[in-house]
Design a protein around this ligand. Structure first.
Ligand SMILES: [Zn+2]
Ligand SMILES: [Zn+2]
Length: 154
């Protein structure tokens, strides 16, 4: 998905804010925006290293935050003690089941969830700006192999 349009958008965003458009920032954007999943800053740094690029973790974090600021990416908190990032894919009402054993993330969609939040808030005169749903547990594969559970307790 990291076509040149998206990278152009990031480049314009950086220029508008008079932030340097560096090769490292573009490489980080390219990795995150191409990834189908949910990457941590460490995952991005590991991928950069695999490509032979040395980029400090602070730069990775800063760039990921900039991608979120310009709406190209979204930050997720799966309750792991660090954030993960995913490319914005125009997926409304998209939620996650996060396995605490193997880290697998399953995405699902359900319009009823935002509807419940909207109705509940409206009934109380509350205007919701955002909501977050965190579902942690054990995926089917991990439930089938209890030895894995024993090895990686959380
Ligand atoms: Zn699992
Ligand atoms: Zn997702």
């Amino acid at each position: 998905m990291a076509d040149s349009d998206v990278l152009d958008r990031f480049t314009s965003f950086l220029r508008e804010r008079r932030l340097p458009v560096t090769q490292q920032r573009l490489a980080i954007a390219d990795i995150l925006l191409r990834a189908p999943g949910h990457l941590s800053a460490d995952d991005v740094a590991a991928e950069l290293a695999r490509k032979g690029q040395t980029v400090g973790l602070a730069t990775v974090y800063r760039t990921l935050d900039l991608l979120v600021s310009c709406d190209l990416a979204e930050a997720r908190d799966f309750g792991e003690g660090f954030r993960r990032f995913e490319a914005s894919r125009n997926l409304p009402n998209h939620y996650h089941l996060t396995c605490t054993v193997c880290g697998a993330v399953t995405e699902f969609f359900d319009d009823r969830i935002p509807e419940i939040i909207r109705r509940t808030a409206a009934a109380r005169g509350f205007v919701p700006a955002q909501h977050r749903l965190l579902v942690r547990g054990t995926c089917r594969a991990c439930r089938k192999t209890p030895s894995v559970l024993a090895r990686r307790p959380l």
